[in-house]
Design a binder for this molecule. Structure first.
Ligand SMILES: [Zn+2]
Length: 162
């Protein structure tokens, strides 16, 4: 995907914008968030410009997660910031809170009283039938996705390898 000219993360990847680098390899870069949600907040960013999950090659997504695991371990053992726990967070789309439209995985050090709260609306728990209906719909969609290894429930034959 061709990046938009003003993509700040592409500029950081290219070394054309300031960055406090934590890690770099052939496929990813990790640097300090300039507006940390908690102290030590690191962003793991693919070098390829991908807006969201749908544009991100699965192997790159897996790589980002592996690097985030590594950075979480580094944060815990660094002594640089307080780390009693870690959240990994990826916002896919504006409705999910994405602000920079170049996919990125947040690594958030946590400690009790750090001020970050994940809240949710209270709603009655769904019935098993409602859960099953949604699960069936998602599973059917998975089976229709290009290159999906998923066989929807009820279809027994595995897809022939290509
Ligand atoms: Zn970009």
């Amino acid at each position: 995907m061709t990046p938009p000219p003003a993509c700040v993360f592409c500029a950081i990847v290219a070394g054309e914008a300031p960055r406090s680098l934590v890690h770099e390899d052939e496929a990813s870069i990790a640097f300090m968030d300039i507006a940390p949600i908690t102290p030590g907040h690191v962003l793991v960013v693919p070098k390829v410009h991908a807006v969201g999950l749908a544009d991100l090659p699965a192997e790159v997504g897996g790589h980002l997660f592996a690097i985030a695991q590594l950075i979480a371990a580094g944060l815990r053992s660094s002594g640089a910031v307080r780390v009693d726990g870690v959240n990994l967070f990826l916002a896919d789309g504006a409705a999910a809170g994405q602000e920079v439209f170049h996919a990125h995985l947040h690594v958030l050090p946590r400690y009790a009283g750090d001020g970050l709260e994940i809240t949710r609306a209270r709603r009655p728990p769904p019935s098993r039938a409602e859960l099953d209906t949604v699960a069936t719909g998602i599973a059917a969609a998975l089976g229709r996705l290009e290159g999906s290894p998923v066989t929807p429930p009820g279809r027994s034959a595995a897809r022939a390898p290509r």
